[in-house]
Design a protein around this ligand. Structure first.
Ligand SMILES: [Zn+2]
Length: 463
């Protein structure tokens, strides 16, 4: 966190001291606004002193004495003489905001601008902003709008911005007009790193402790879904390292992007994955560090692993791992938890069967079939329909012979039940030829990042 702040500060300093930098004028204006804020806070602090004294000693005279502060504003105005009459204000959308209330908070008092925003289809994009989204207005001495900029979101790599600008009158004494446009701007993509260990508090709490954002945790679970059953396999003492993209715009965080590299040591087995998009335009995917795809024909767990479903029933739940008794594996999970097709296939049966309750049977290539029983309901899949791996097919329940909500999952080969916890993982083919050479070049850079993170861990651990 501090290193990121330092980085932002360092970059902003470069902008402020370098007049040739394209952000220079804008930054100086923003600094003017910031100093204005400090003034206001200083005044408030000065006023705050008197009532507190009066509270301690009711006889004390109430004194309001503004603090004497250096007149930075005048100095800054001298610095920014060319645009001293333009003020920049930033704010965020709040719940229940209208265009009028937002403009008022931004210090804009401009009926013409307001009616333009209400009428112009592009400018009306402001109505779609969610609470918390940032806006920035430039206003002149008369509180008229010069420009308005709003971040409409985007991904980690780029932001979409709505820009409304005042256009100078074409003739002397004519009226100002406005125009609105949406522009795509590249974000600065940073690589964030996190690492930690799974402790007694469980997987999600351990991820929180390492400050791994939820959307990154979800990606991590998905990346390893072919090789790790998070419900049954994750154990105390497992360790992880993760590197992911985070997009920043003008030094402000926009959103997190993709996990680019992740390592998980699960019960002393090392699992590593890298995002790699071949240069020939093939879609990207996750690969092991030696170039094998992370994708597998079957998920290790067909039940959504979430904060709610993880640890449901506890480690000593009676339904745990009873493969030997009934040729299937049980996943204890709250009623309604999503059940996924563990592989691409066709729906062979959807309905009720004695004992199984609501059940779906999927037929897969190569003589494999999977059974999903005790469901509380189906997601609308029909017999004969094709389903993709990871597609929601139903929801956990306790129909049939079940004492509590859980998924009974069977994995069969030529109709003979196999233990899905111990079946050998079907390895995906490895990259070959030119793709492999490209991949190895790419991975050497990413490996050095991961190794840097490892060194960092060792240093902190020795403190
Ligand atoms: Zn069962």
């Amino acid at each position: 966190m501090w290193s990121r702040l330092r980085e932002v500060f360092a970059r902003e300093l470069v902008v402020l001291v370098d007049p040739t930098n394209p952000q220079h004028a804008r930054r100086r204006k923003q600094l003017t606004v910031a100093v204005g804020t400090v003034f206001t806070l200083g005044m408030a602090a000065a006023m705050g002193v008197a009532p507190r004294n009066a509270y301690i000693d009711p006889q004390a005279p109430r004194v309001l004495q503004p603090l004497r502060m250096p007149d930075l504003r005048a100095q800054l105005d001298q610095l920014t003489e060319t645009d001293s009459s333009i003020y920049v204000r930033q704010d965020r959308m709040q719940r229940g905001d209208t265009i009028a209330t937002v403009l008022r908070r931004l210090g804009v008092d401009d009926p013409d601008a307001q009616s333009f925003i209400l009428k112009n289809p592009t400018a009306r994009g402001l109505f779609n902003l969610n609470p918390g989204q940032a806006l920035q207005a430039e206003i002149d001495d008369s509180n008229l709008l010069v420009s308005l900029q709003a971040n409409l979101g985007g991904d980690a790599a780029a932001s979409r911005e709505l820009v409304i600008e005042r256009v100078a009158p074409k003739t002397e004494g004519g009226d100002y007009t406005y125009k609105a446009r949406i522009q795509t701007v590249d974000n600065d993509v940073h690589y964030e790193m996190a690492s930690g260990a799974i402790d007694a508090a469980g997987f999600f709490k351990s991820m929180d402790a390492a400050n791994v954002p939820d959307e990154i945790v979800e990606q991590m679970i998905s990346i390893f879904s072919g090789v790790i059953d998070f419900h049954h396999d994750i154990a105390r003492g497992d360790r992880f390292r993760i590197i992911y993209e985070a997009g920043f715009r003008d030094g402000s965080f926009v959103r997190n992007g993709r996990v680019v590299a992740v390592e998980l040591i699960n019960r002393n087995a090392l699992h590593q994955a890298l995002w790699y998009a071949p240069e020939d335009g093939e879609p990207g995917a996750y690969y092991t560090f030696d170039g094998r795809s992370m994708k597998r024909p079957f998920l290790r767990s067909p039940v959504e692993f979430s904060r709610v479903s993880s640890g449901f029933g506890g480690r000593d739940h009676p339904l745990h791992h009873r493969w030997a008794q009934h040729k299937g594996v049980d996943f204890a999970a709250p009623q309604g938890t999503k059940v996924f097709a563990s592989g691409d296939g066709t729906v062979e049966f959807v309905g009720q069967q004695n004992g199984y309750g609501n059940i779906i049977v999927l037929q897969h290539a190569g003589g494999y079939s999977t059974y999903y029983a005790h469901l509380s309901g189906f997601s609308g899949v029909r017999q004969g329909q094709h389903v993709n791996q990871g597609q929601v097919i139903g929801f956990v329940g306790s129909t049939g012979w079940a004492t509590g909500p859980h998924l009974h999952y069977e994995f069969r080969f030529n109709d003979v039940p196999q233990n899905p916890l111990t079946i050998t993982l079907m390895e995906a083919p490895t990259l070959t030829g030119k793709s492999r050479a490209q991949f190895l070049t790419y991975t050497s850079a990413m490996l050095s990042r991961i190794n840097m993170l490892r060194t960092y861990n060792v240093l902190t651990a020795s403190n």
